[in-house]
Write a protein that binds this ligand. Structure first.
Ligand code: CO8
Length: 379
């Protein structure tokens, strides 16, 4: 147990990214879903004709790219996803004394963030694993990661769907500011492919797997090559059923299928689009105003990566124009929506050219609804 110094200046001093080796293109997903639809619809022809069952709708690669901007996604395990007799990844269960899948991908990202920030386990007091799903309730994935890295301190898991990363950075900033930790390791191991309904054309293309990590510490101790001061963070939530996953332990007591369609990710995508875009634009401009800044003062927008048309609409509301690729980099063409990690991937891949004094805005929005943002200044 230690007493740490409170700090007025808190920085992001290292970023880590782990990208799975396996890629699935839109075309591959569409071929699989359409073959599944033919099979299902012919096997259930009479139930479909009598109205007892709905036919499985077919997908279209052109629609996917135009509606979302997504061209492909990386996945932790590809086997099984495009198998018409399975339509979900095949990931063997690990024994209790083995490293869990999610801790493994978290560690890849964590180690690269620690290296970028020049930090060892001895420099870090807290680990936050924050993402859309954790693979078990307890012990926390964060404590497993903490143990694997040899960090003497504390760890906990947080779930805030797409805003998990920005909300965790908010917590890390508070912890370092108050002196309850010298440095915090925030990790977003987004292992979402097991929760995707690959038989549903509305959502089968949306997500990919990835892991990101960030070191947050006092400016006085930071030695990383690339440092960004956190000028402020803001969070907002507003209840909505439009993005939902009912997966959870209550299925056992309600005698419902724990893996039924409503237990997987599902959404009213059009409503989300219409409701979240104005909220996000308003949130971002209000946050900047708190720091005496306008959208024109922002050198780079690391926006949430759910849909390219959403990002264009939000940017147009803020800037009055579609931003240059360099101003608001897009990574979802390659990664798809990676839940909370999307804006962190954009940050990771597009920050080294920024000049001292440049302002960057990191932002997420999604299920909850939830919106999180950080105003950052390159040191
Ligand atoms: N192929 C062909 N046609 C299709 C397909 C497809 N794959 N999908 C839908 N269609 C059809 C629809 O059925 C519809 O047909 P009809 O008019 O006959 O009903 C037509 O195309 C138009 O459909 P939409 O109106 O739904 O199309 P949109 O232009 O709205 O595009 C999108 C759909 C891409 C989903 C879009 O609405 C969108 O991106 N919205 C924003 C959603 C969003 O950002 N959600 C955030 C979710 S992420 C989050 O919060 C984190 C959750 C945790 C993550 C964990 C994951 C496992």
């Amino acid at each position: 147990m230690r007493l740490h110094q409170a700090s007025d200046r808190v920085v992001i001093s290292g970023l880590g990214l782990w990208t799975p080796d396996h890629v699935i293109t839109n075309e591959e997903l569409v071929v699989a879903l359409n073959a599944y639809a033919d099979k299902f619809n012919s096997e259930h022809q009479s139930e479909i004709e009598s109205g007892l069952l709905k036919p499985v709708g077919k997908s279209d690669a052109e629609f996917i790219e135009k509606a979302s901007g997504i061209k492909q996604r990386h996945v932790y395990v590809k086997e099984g996803i495009c198998d018409v007799n399975r339509m979900k990844p095949l990931i063997p269960e690990r024994k209790e004394d083995e490293l869990s899948h999610q801790a493994e991908i978290a560690l890849h990202a964590a180690r690269s963030a620690m290296q970028a920030a020049n930090k060892t386990a001895q420099d870090i007091d807290a680990v936050i694993v924050s993402c859309a799903y954790t693979e078990r309730a307890y012990p926390a994935i964060a404590i497993e990661v903490q143990d694997a890295l040899g960090i003497d301190g504390f760890g906990f898991d947080m779930l805030v769907a797409c805003s998990a990363a920005t909300f965790a950075l908010h917590r890390a900033w508070e912890m370092v500011s108050s002196g309850s930790a010298r440095a915090v390791l925030v990790i977003n191991p987004e292992l979402v492919s097991p929760q995707i309904n690959y038989t549903d054309r509305d959502s089968h293309f949306i997500f990919g797997d990835v892991a990101t990590a960030i070191i947050v510490e006092r400016a006085e101790t930071a030695t990383g090559d690339q440092q960004f001061e956190i000028l402020g963070t803001q969070a907002k939530t507003l209840f909505s059923n439009n993005i939902r996953s009912n997966f959870g332990y209550m299925s056992r007591a309600s005698d419902t299928d724990p893996f039924g369609a409503d237990k997987l990710f599902h959404q009213e995508g059009r409503s989300v689009f219409k409701e979240v875009c104005p909220m996000a634009a308003e949130h971002l401009s209000s946050h900047l105003a708190l720091h005496g800044k306008t959208p024109q003062d922002v050198r780079r927008w690391w926006l949430h990566q759910a849909n390219i048309n959403m990002n264009h609409l939000i940017s147009k509301k803020l800037l009055g124009r579609v931003p240059e690729a360099d101003e608001a980099p897009i990574v979802l063409d390659r990664y798809a929506n990676t839940a909370s990690a999307g804006s962190i991937i954009a940050f990771n891949l597009h920050h080294k050219d920024m000049q001292p004094g440049d302002i960057g805005m990191l932002c997420s929005f999604g299920a909850g609804y939830s919106i999180g943002s950080l105003v950052l200044c390159k040191l």
